[in-house]
Design a protein around this ligand. Structure first.
Ligand SMILES: [Zn+2]
Length: 358
């Protein structure tokens, strides 16, 4: 009886969720949507109308929905992945819903895995991976001030020495990811790695940047990454894939970590959005397939909150570090999550072909 009821409740919850997806689609788009940038700008996403009316798109949404099944952890990720705008920063979603923005706050560093720390804000982070030959830093926050006031003190707080940062891997060529890198490059001689195309991107004058934005210091061109490259420091090797979309050379990384002593692989996506073309989708799919092949079990995103309640999960880890890591899925769950992300990304792409005939 009890079992039957639980199943009934799960079915009801899914039905409610399906309804929610439809209702939110039917509410129509506000005149101007705030969207996370891609190289295609605001044209990267279908309108709510295109998305709702494209049978092909809705079939893919249903496919993703079915993949999540009764697994609430996958349902949570499905909700974040599908929709006309796809995974977006919580701040943008709040803006679109007409809600006041959540204030930016600096977080205490969090030991997400035995050998990986989150450092930074609730909206943007940097990750420190200590190895036996120094520290790999992934991303470097906004500017020199963040490097001095957040990254250095956070590293010290978790027992790491900022002078040991040997390599900074920049996920993509935007200031909130490389801003603190020149400081480390100058002070500690840290190497800075970025995709070759994103080095080109940041060195081009930005026509939209004015005043202090235009004159912000850039890291000196150093390590140029290409698709499939491996970066090794001491006992850690990170594999890189290039996923054009958010920028031409946004990175997907495969990072071996330890979770409560157990070795697992994780995927990090620096730019999780595709541009509306098959080449961008194919690169995204290839990166997700590679993650599945490497038996990845967790996804970390450059901006917390895109695919789940990442800030909440980090707070949970800080409060109860011995409990099961909320970032970690089984290999089977992660495989399904990858298929959900793929179907949802493709749903946006095919919806854009919908020209409004019914
Ligand atoms: Zn960006």
């Amino acid at each position: 009886m009890l079992k039957k009821m639980a199943v009934g409740m799960a079915v009801a919850a899914i039905a409610a969720m399906a309804l929610q997806v439809q209702v939110s689609a039917q509410q129509g788009a506000p005149a101007r949507r705030a969207v996370g940038g891609t190289t295609a700008g605001n044209d990267a996403y279908p309108t709510e109308d295109q998305y709702r009316n494209s049978k092909e798109a809705q079939a893919l949404v249903q496919k993703a929905f079915a993949l999540a099944g009764t697994d609430w952890r996958l349902q949570e990720r499905f909700e974040k992945s599908c929709g006309a705008l796809g995974p977006q920063r919580p701040a943008l979603l709040r803006q679109n819903a007409g809600l006041p923005g959540e204030p930016t706050r600096v977080m205490e560093p969090v030991k997400i895995f035995d050998n990986m720390y989150f450092i930074g804000y609730n909206t943007i982070g940097a990750w420190a991976i200590p190895t036996n030959q120094g520290i790999i830093l992934i991303d470097a926050l906004n500017n020199e001030k963040d490097a001095v006031e957040i990254i250095e003190p956070s590293l010290k707080k978790v027992g790491l020495n900022p002078a040991d940062v040997k390599m900074i891997i920049v996920g993509h060529g935007h200031f909130d990811h490389f801003g603190g890198a020149p400081y480390f490059q100058q002070k500690y001689g840290s190497h800075v790695a970025m995709s070759k195309v994103d080095w080109d991107l940041i060195e081009k004058p930005n026509p939209n940047a004015r005043g202090p934005q235009a004159s912000r210091p850039l890291p000196k061109r150093d390590v140029e990454l290409i698709d499939g490259q491996k970066i090794t420091l001491g006992n850690e090797t990170i594999t890189i894939h290039i996923t054009p979309g958010h920028t031409p050379g946004s990175l997907a990384y495969y990072i071996p970590v330890k979770d409560h002593g157990k070795a697992i692989n994780i995927l990090m996506l620096s730019g999780a959005n595709i541009t509306p073309d098959r080449a961008s989708l194919t690169a995204f799919n290839t990166a997700l397939d590679a993650a599945k092949e490497m038996k990845a079990q967790a996804l970390i995103n450059g901006h917390p909150g895109l695919f789940g309640n990442e800030i909440g999960w980090m707070e949970q880890i800080r409060e109860t570090p011995s409990q099961t890591n909320p970032f970690v899925l089984s290999q089977e769950q992660f495989g399904k999550f990858g298929e959900i992300m793929k179907a949802c990304a493709e749903s946006r792409l095919v919806a854009m072909d919908y020209k409004g005939t019914n």
